[in-house]
Write a protein that binds this ligand. Sequence first.
Ligand code: SF4
Length: 280
Amino acid sequence: MTLPVLDANPANIEAKDLIGRPYLSPSSISTYLRCPLRFRFQYVERLEPDFTASSLVFGVGIHAAVEHHFRKLFADDRAATVEELVSVFEQALATEANQEIRFGRSETADTLRDLAARMLAAFVSSGYSKPQGALIGVEEGLAGTLIDGVPTIHGRADLIGLDATGVLRVTDVKTARNAWTENTIRESTLQQVIYAELLRPWAEALGADDVQAEWLVLRKTKTPAIDRHQLIIDDAQVRQVTNTIRQVWRAIRACNFYPVPSPMNCGGCPFRNACNEWEG
Ligand code: SF4
């Protein structure tokens, strides 16, 4: 499926000036919400990160393997083997090897590979690897202007499917150490609401009755588990996300950048050196 043609959006020109690219993304908006100073280092100053966290590289590898699985299912209607997926994971890891990867305690490239193999085996043997209904897209680029005066929003949906009840569903694949809580779901909602809104024209074109979202969470436990969390999107959530994006864009335009130090934010922040030297 091809992307809808974008309207010319004057805010994109301003975004290009401010952050070097003529659009926002769900991850850039989430970064601003977590720590506006980190947003500045990453998107305005475009600093090289001090390191890359192993969890990030691991997530990229798992993501590449799951993408390969769904692409193969989409193209050939045939599932990939676990060995094939582990090989895709290893290739993705090798691509990242030129960066300084910060491993956790007792972690090595080998322990990560073994964990990935167990997680991918659990994924392949779970029902979630064979979604019901029609596959519409894998790693599909989405873009659109959702709010007047705010730049176009770009994103990439892991999986889009149309189920038998006429619901167009966007699936986001995540890895996590622990089971998700209500709070985790709440913190992750912004991206999925954005994707669902960007998919409204697709739903119309496909004759779908509704757009909903879900997450597949591959857990990094000794015996890996795959959890599915559904998000039923209502108008109140859309209004809240829309207003949040509007406020974030207003703050970026006003160059409103300040640190939000907390163990959760700063523990894995790759801009700590720049942050320590920042004087406001
Ligand atoms: S170290 Fe913490 S406060 Fe500083 S930029 Fe990173 S996340 Fe923000």
